[in-house]
Design a protein around this ligand. Structure first.
Ligand code: KG4
Ligand code: ZN
Length: 362
């Protein structure tokens, strides 16, 4: 029997997942694609809060420092030695070039040193597969209703992507909608900057919005055909509304507007913006469901899937556990497990390349 298929049939498969595509250094051991044995994450948020965004060069250096301690923590938290690990999985695309390099070079070296099969995983695929990971309250037990059913629609919402995917089965991705300009997470980050809220903008806006009136400001929904998105207009609409509110002309420096806003205004802008962004996502998702009536499950994935407002509205959709919405190694291991299951062969650890911009369809 083929070793990799044997690996799937014969014993409990433990995969070490490594993720470094942006500003989280993460590693995790996952059993049978669903049970998280460990989940170590070192976030660089505190570094980038000061700058108001990620600086690729700094991110790569931080990954280099954190990488091996994070891998060792993932192994020790899972009470695993290298002998217990059946395969290594790593994000090789898309993401920041320097960040992807550190993760892939580490994974390649470890795969060669410890003689393990190596799986190279697309970042958006990993986000989608976070929805197969069991949540803490499931105690390691699961039934079929705990997992998304095919065909499914996945709404992938992160800092770099906003896409609607149609999946006929495991590892079959068709992009049926994508953004023409900014990603929704990027829009949260840019609006947060205008309002003087810290990076990353998503959690900061959600928190500020709790004390705000979501109907205070009206922002138009973009007119984009089909299932595609556009978020740059919404960011500009918020900017114009803030300028109007504080009585400043368009020429006034946008980074100084925050000094003229009081706490209530910030909260109202945050709540009104968040409501509009969520409405736009839900509108397109509903259109997708009309277009694909055979869909059995809706899956939401990526950093923005942590958003409480989105979770409240999409009650029937699958969401990852909130701590697994953002970047982590467990979702990489889960995605690789379903590659093993689909009969996808491991990659050559001596030759694995990185692809900072490649699509999930390739
Ligand atoms: O998936 P992710 O961690 O990294 C990328 O692959 O890009 O997504 C990060 C994005 C950021 O833009 C961040 O502001 C957004 O996810 N985000 C949120 C929330 N938490 C994180 N957006 C809205 N609401 C949140 N609660
Ligand atoms: Zn991500």
């Amino acid at each position: 029997m083929d070793f990799y298929r044997g690996m799937w049939y014969n014993f409990r498969v433990k995969i070490l997942g490594i993720e470094t595509s942006c500003d989280e250094t993460a590693a995790s051991v996952v059993e049978d694609g669903v049970r998280i044995l460990s989940n170590a994450v070192v976030s660089q948020i505190d570094i980038f809060k000061e700058y108001g965004g990620v600086i690729p060069e700094v991110a790569a250096r931080s990954h280099l420092e954190a990488m091996m301690p994070v891998v060792n923590k993932a192994l020790s938290d899972a009470e695993c030695s290298w002998d217990d690990i059946d395969a290594i999985a790593v994000t090789h695309a898309p993401g920041l070039l320097g960040s992807l390099l550190i993760g892939t070079l580490t994974a390649r070296t470890l795969a060669i040193l410890h003689d393990k099969p190596l799986y190279a995983v697309h970042h958006l695929k990993s986000h989608v597969y976070a929805n197969w990971l069991l949540q803490d309250n499931q105690n390691g037990e699961s039934s079929i209703s705990d997992y998304p059913q095919f065909p499914l629609i996945a709404l992938v919402v992160s800092g770099g992507h906003t896409q609607i995917l149609y999946m006929k089965g495991h590892n079959q991705f068709e992009i049926v909608g994508t953004t023409n300009d900014d990603a929704v997470g990027e829009c949260f980050d840019k609006v947060a900057k205008i309002l003087g809220l810290p990076y990353p903008g998503g959690p900061a806006i959600s928190e500020a919005a709790l004390k705000g009136d979501a109907s205070k400001y009206k922002f138009p929904h973009p007119k984009v055909s089909g299932l595609n998105f556009s978020f740059s207009g919404l960011k500009t609409a918020v900017l114009r509304a803030v300028q109007k509110e504080v009585g400043m002309p368009i020429s006034y420096p946008s980074h100084q507007l925050k000094e003229l806003l009081n706490e209530q205004q910030v909260a109202d802008f945050a709540a009104s913006f968040q409501r509009t962004a969520v409405e736009i996502l839900v509108e397109k998702l509903e259109m997708a469901l009309e277009k694909y009536p055979d869909v059995k499950s809706i899956v939401v994935a990526g950093g923005v899937s942590a958003n409480e407002e989105l979770r409240k509205i999409l009650k029937n959709a699958f969401f990852p556990a909130p701590k697994l919405s953002g970047d982590n190694g467990a979702m990489v291991a889960a995605a690789a497990y379903y590659e093993v299951q689909s009969g996808i062969k491991p990659t050559d650890p001596y030759a694995l390349n990185i692809y900072p911009r490649v699509s999930i369809e390739n």
